[in-house]
Design a protein around this ligand. Structure first.
Ligand code: ATP
Length: 210
């Protein structure tokens, strides 16, 4: 069965690094859709600059018209920190028989062991690692051991089982980050061509990142 791609993040703001890997994975892994799930309150980092509603608005505007993409606001309806394990439990109850592929960048995967109840994630979904410039896969430690035990090169595993495998994908690697975009805007520079114009329009409307 075609898996559903799950792409969570702060998206402060959403940019072409996110959008391109989501489309690459949708096509290359033959996904049913990619679900964009902005987090309300990230547990591992400082509070985002833009509000949850503003980040959701930017995600909606950025993906509009792309049939492969679905925006899912479930984390914004939960009070307290946005734990991925809870999001996957909620998705699993909605889609009991559909493979789920949690999409994470190489940087996020490297710190997987710091995520709340991280060892349960793989019982709920597959994990697809999108290579990110400047980040190699872990070569030692708990996440490396986990990777060794779950790694597959076989895309068919993602379709045949609902969860349990980790696959790394050589997506288009764009060295773009939300941090860099916020820094550019703060410095009065033009962020065009790093993110969609629709998102830039909302950054202007909300006067974000100045
Ligand atoms: P920030 O710079 O604010 O930390 P970010 O650009 O890393 O933001 P997030 O919203 O934190 O974006 O990331 C959401 C997910 O997308 C994470 O799994 C992250 O690893 C991944 N990701 C973000 N940008 C890229 C990129 N350019 N290439 C690959 N993965 C990316």
């Amino acid at each position: 069965m075609q898996p559903i791609g799950i792409f969570g993040g702060t998206f402060d703001p959403i940019h072409f690094g996110h959008l391109r890997i989501a489309l690459d994975l949708f096509e290359c892994l033959n996904l049913r859709e990619v679900r964009w799930i902005p987090c309300a309150q990230p547990p591992h980092r400082m509070a985002p600059v833009a509000s949850a509603a503003q980040r959701l608005h930017m995600v909606r505007a950025a993906v509009q018209g792309e049939k492969a993409f679905v925006v899912d606001d479930r984390e914004l309806r939960v009070v307290g920190p946005s734990y991925t394990v809870n999001t996957l439990i909620s998705l699993r109850s909605e889609f009991p028989d559909t493979p789920l592929c949690l999409i994470v960048g190489g940087d996020a995967f490297s710190s997987l062991h710091t995520w709340h109840r991280w060892q349960e994630l793989i019982e709920l979904a597959h994990i697809v690692i999108a290579h990110r410039p400047g980040w190699a896969l872990p070569a030692a430690g708990a996440v490396f051991d986990f990777l060794q035990s779950r790694f597959t090169n076989e895309q068919s595993h993602l379709h045949e089982q609902c969860a349990g495998s980790v696959l790394a994908s050589a997506v288009t690697q764009l060295d773009i980050s939300g941090t860099r975009i916020r820094q550019l805007i703060k410095a009065g520079r033009n962020p065009r061509f790093l993110l969609p114009n629709t998102a830039i329009g909302l950054i202007d409307t909300y006067q974000l990142y100045r």
